[in-house]
Every structure is written in C-alpha cells, then in structure tokens.
Design a protein around this ligand. Structure first.
Ligand SMILES: NC(=O)c1ccc[n+]([C@@H]2O[C@H](COP(=O)([O-])OP(=O)(O)OC[C@H]3O[C@@H](n4cnc5c(N)ncnc54)[C@H](OP(=O)(O)O)[C@@H]3O)[C@@H](O)[C@H]2O)c1
Length: 331
C-alpha cells in the first residue's frame, strides 16, 4: 500500500508518497481499499501540529474516505467483501488502504459516486449537527452562513434551504457569491478579504439591511477572526450564533453583545458529538442519505486530483480558492 506521509511538522510540501506494508483488519475493523478521500481544512492544520488531534508520526492526513471493503476483521457483522462504504477516519485517509472500526463506516447509495461519498460525511455531518442539534433552525428563520462557498459552508446552505430557512451566504469574492446563489442561497454578501473597522461596520449594516433590521436568527460562523464581531452585532433577539471554525483566527468577543442582543453563542464540535451521541449521529447520517436520495443535497466537487497530488489539493484550500470540496482519488 501507499500513503501520503507526514514525517515532520510542516506545510503540504512536506508530505511524501511512501510505500508501506499492506494492512490487515483487527477485531471490529474492516479494511477499505480507498477510492477517494475528502480534503478538509483540518488536514492543513494536522500536518503542522496545529490541530487539536496530534497523531504520532509518521501519519497520513485524511479524515474521510470512500472505497470498497477488501477484508473483514473478527466479530464484524453486516459487511461483505466488495461493499461500497464511506468512513470517518480522523487521519490516515490519504492512502490506498485504511483499516476503520466497522461502526465508523456506512454503506452509501448506488446513485452516489466514490468522489461524492468521500466529500459527504464531514461537511454534511458537521452542518446538520450544527443547524439541527445545536441551533434548532426552524422554517422561516433567517440563516447567515460565513465562508459559505467552503466545504461546511456549502453544506450549510443546502441544509438550511432543506430545513425551510431563508439563507444569506457571505463570502470574500463575487465569483464565490455567484456560486453560492447557484447552490441555492437566497442572497449573497461579499465581505472584504482583510477586515478593518470600517469593513466590519459595513458588513454589519449590510446584514441588517438584508434582514429588515430585525437581524439574523441563526449565524453559522466557520471563519472566525475579525468576521465574528460584526455578525454578533447583527443577531436577532433570541438568535443563535454557532461557533464552527476559525480559518481567520480565534476571535475575542465583547460579552456585552450577547447580553444586548438576548442571543446565544453556541459551540459546535461535531467530532465529539459523534462519540457523545452515537444514536443521534446514526439517525443524522440516515436522514442525510435520505436528503441526498431526494436531491436536496449534493456534494459540489471543486477539483478531483490523484492522491499523489495531495499538496496541490491542500494548497487550493489554504489559498482560500475552494468552492465546494476537493477530493483525492486512487486510480
Ligand atoms: N466545529 C466542528 O465540528 C467542525 C467540523 C468541520 C470543520 N470545522 C472547521 O470549519 C472551518 C471550515 O472548514 P472547511 O473544511 O469548510 O474549510 P474550507 O472549505 O477551506 O472553507 C473555509 C472558508 O473560510 C474562509 N476563510 C477566511 N479566512 C481564511 C483563511 N485565512 N484561510 C482559509 N480560508 C479562510 C474562506 O472563505 P472566504 O474566502 O469566502 O472567506 C473559506 O472558503 C475550519 O476551521 C474547520 O476546522 C469545524
């Protein structure tokens, strides 16, 4: 087998395509021949030791894969050789093979391609948990999505629409705004790529104009940094501000704002929720597959590259170019 190994902390250029002995599944595991791996923002952090999880080196990044079951460990039931599965892996997915606990994999519909399956669980799982379990988003409410053209952002647009919300997408370029409208957003706002005080004020007042000055019911913040405060200043009474991610840095928030707005700031940690509430996760996964079958959600593949070009794939995310998802494939 081959893996894209991180032997030392560093950027995408430090990953090396390396040969390793074939794997065999332990008790409770299945061995998957990886056909595609989804690329996510955390992959850019984990290789630099900047992510909350720090696997022992050498390791391959890659938190989600799709592929075929090629061996089944002792005690595993419900799988046959050749089954098409997608799986959450944490890391290790940028490889040709991976062993995963059988309960972290699910079979996926025939109508879903390997690339779509590899781009499914991480983003839709996160955004569904955020909007359904954390925000209790209700039909008719206004949802503002920051970084809306990125992986979790696009999923939040589609899921917000499927849940009956009015969705406002906020992004850094006109091209991304057009993309978000094509995905289903009702409106799009373009914010500055670097936020100063004047840009923050402008962003806040643009949000308030679009929401008839009553404000945003649910804000989905997968960007953080200087984008957070203007959004918090634009919340509706009893609004829910979801803390999802910090590609632009971890913001410091004046705590008078949630008081003045009578709103909540709610943390979203999907990875932990999967372990805290496995039953809820399983039913969310089943509901997401149903939403896919009924064409309400569909992963948007920005680029599909051979696994050996993982550094290029990570570069697309780091340069803030991604619209939808980047996936890596094995021939
Ligand atoms: N809480 C959870 O459970 C959970 C689960 C999954 C992911 N996350 C987090 O959610 C965030 C988004 O993940 P993702 O996979 O959707 O990432 P992504 O596809 O790269 O999207 C992130 C978006 O953030 C914006 N951005 C602003 N400043 C940036 C910067 N300096 N570098 C890169 N992007 C920047 C970009 O949009 P604009 O250019 O339009 O601003 C970009 O499209 C990450 O922080 C990730 O760790 C959290």
């Amino acid at each position: 087998m081959h893996s894209m190994l991180s032997n030392e902390p560093g950027g995408p250029e430090t990953l090396i395509w390396s040969e390793q002995p074939d794997l065999s599944p332990k008790k409770g595991e299945i061995l998957v021949s990886v056909r595609a791996a989804g690329v996510n923002f955390p992959d850019t952090l984990i290789i630099r030791d900047l992510y909350q999880v720090k696997p022992p080196r050498p390791f391959a990044p890659g938190g989600e894969v799709s592929g075929e079951v090629i061996a089944i460990g002792e005690g595993v039931t419900g799988y046959s050789l050749g089954d098409r599965v997608l799986a959450l892996t944490g890391h290790g997915g940028f490889a040709t093979q991976i062993c995963v606990p059988a309960n972290q994999a699910v079979k996926f519909p025939e109508t879903m391609s390997y690339e779509e399956a590899a781009a499914f669980v991480f983003t839709y799982g996160t955004s569904y948990h955020a909007l359904k379990d954390r925000a209790s988003l209700a039909p008719g409410e206004t949802l503002l999505v920051l970084g809306a053209a990125g992986g979790v952002g696009v999923a939040a647009i589609e899921l917000g629409k499927a849940m009956g919300a009015r969705v406002i997408a906020a992004v850094s370029t006109e091209e991304k705004a057009e993309f978000c409208l094509s995905v289903g957003a009702d409106e799009a706002l373009v914010y500055s790529r670097e936020m100063n005080k004047a840009d923050q004020k402008k962003f806040s007042s643009e949000i308030r104009e679009l929401t008839g000055r009553s404000g945003v019911d649910v804000a989905y913040d997968a960007v953080g940094g200087d984008y957070a405060e203007p959004v918090l200043r634009s919340m509706a009474w009893q609004g829910r501000y979801l803390v999802v991610g910090f590609p632009a840095g971890i913001p410091k928030i004046p705590l008078n704002l949630p008081l003045l707005k009578g709103c909540d700031i709610r943390g979203v940690f999907w990875g932990a929720s999967v372990f805290q509430d496995p039953k809820g996760h399983a039913s969310n996964m089943a509901e997401l597959q149903e939403l896919f079958r009924s064409a309400k959600i569909r992963p948007r593949i920005h680029a599909s590259l051979p696994m050996q070009r993982a550094a290029e794939a990570l570069g697309i995310i780091e340069r803030r170019e991604v619209m939808g998802k980047v996936v890596l494939t094995n021939a």
